[in-house]
Unconditional design. Structure first.
Length: 392
């Protein structure tokens, strides 16, 4: 028997045959763009937002010109302007008629070539003021087009600038992005920004307020409901050797609780590995339990969730949030009274609920009737194993 593994990908964006359509989210983002809004995709990590952005970029409306970039590695304000200018030109270069109309403009700056991935080649190696070039170019474009730029991981760029003592650059970048969003001469430009960390608290840390960030149309990116998750499992196992009955799918989803592609794929992969090794297609609830335990042992999958707290937040805030997560991991739940008592010990009374809100928005915990619990037993088990000693 030729063994066929599930059609899935872990960790990277899912494109082409790996992409599972999210029509309700695709539609909501498209509606916001058609309204003339710029879009902030508000989503925790690993829910699949980058894959949706990639799909939308490749399946634009007829009069849209779309381009996407993961800008996580950008380390300066000017570098971002340069990359945005390159992306805009690479997008325009796909329409030869429009490109030719703009020929005089490009001759002025001695542009010789737009290479792979939009890299620019100038005849005299000149250094441009890329922000000024964007300011000049956008108003010259035909009003019947819509230029949509998907910027993945914008909060990461802002955070790294802030962390590198470039707060003035981060502030300037925020103001220019806002100016492009709000200026009538830039109406044909649409920015769709996403990130694995909350943009609002990054902006607040940089500016002390969120007013430079409150004009986006927000699109919430929720995990799967049961029907979507069932359909997703069917999608990735359609041609696979190992199949899942309705009861097995339900057991798997109840096991992981937080129904996102990443967590589902971790279980499906481990089940498939063991079944392949044993050459046995008959899986059971025990197979799913074994896969869950194997995923937990491979805790590299979850270390980054803890690392990011200490990477993105001031150390006392990170320790406070981590202490909350440790208590929830050991006791199962933590109510607001206990969180408040902890905030008094940590001198966080003025900000404790804002920090709790971050844990909610970034996909660590959720509020239920009796208090806050982990969204995922994967994360709960990781936090408990990583902090085995706990004093109430």
């Amino acid at each position: 028997m030729k063994w066929v593994h599930p059609n899935l990908i872990i960790g990277n964006k899912a494109t082409g045959k790996y992409y599972f359509r999210r029509p309700e989210i695709e539609r909501e983002i498209s509606i916001e763009i058609k309204k003339g809004n710029h879009v902030l995709v508000a989503a925790p990590r690993r829910v699949g937002k980058t894959s949706v952005m990639e799909y939308l970029k490749s399946n634009c409306d007829e009069n849209w010109m779309c381009v996407m970039e993961n800008i996580q590695s950008i380390s300066s304000e000017n570098e971002l302007y340069k990359r945005m200018y390159e992306l805009i030109l690479s997008c325009l270069n796909t329409n030869k008629q429009l490109w030719n109309k703009l020929g005089d403009k490009f001759r002025e700056i001695n542009l010789e070539e737009v290479g792979m991935e939009g890299k620019l080649k100038f005849g005299d190696k000149k250094q441009l003021d890329y922000k000024a070039e964007i300011d000049n170019l956008i108003p010259q474009l035909p009003k019947e087009i819509k230029l949509v730029i998907f910027l993945d991981e914008l909060p990461e760029v802002l955070h790294q600038l802030n962390k590198a003592n470039k707060k003035a650059e981060a502030n300037s970048l925020l103001k220019n992005l806002r100016r492009w969003r709000q200026g009538e001469e830039f109406n044909l430009l649409c920015l769709v920004v996403t990130g694995s960390i909350g943009l609002h608290h990054i902006v607040a840390d940089i500016t002390g307020r969120v007013t430079d960030n409150n004009d986006y149309g927000r699109v919430s990116f929720k995990p799967f409901n049961y029907k979507q998750a069932f359909d997703f499992i069917d999608f990735v196992t359609d041609s696979a050797t190992v199949k899942y009955s309705a009861d097995l799918k339900l057991y798997l989803l109840d096991k992981i609780q937080y129904k996102i592609p990443y967590f589902i794929n971790l279980i499906l992969t481990e089940v498939d590995k063991k079944a392949f090794t044993l050459n046995d297609v008959n899986i059971t609830n025990d197979s799913i339990d074994d896969a869950f335990e194997k995923v937990i042992l491979e805790n590299e999958n979850f270390k980054d969730w803890k690392k990011r707290l200490f990477e993105y937040f001031e150390i006392s805030n990170a320790k406070f949030m981590n202490d909350i997560l440790i208590e929830i991991a050991h006791l199962g739940v933590m109510n607001k009274r206990k969180i408040y008592d902890l905030s008094r010990k940590r001198n966080k009374v003025d900000s404790y609920m804002e920090l709790v809100k971050i844990l909610v928005n970034d996909g660590y915990v959720v509020e239920q009737e009796h208090g806050y619990v982990f969204l995922s037993p994967f994360l709960a088990t990781f936090w408990k194993n990583d902090n085995p000693i706990f004093d109430e």
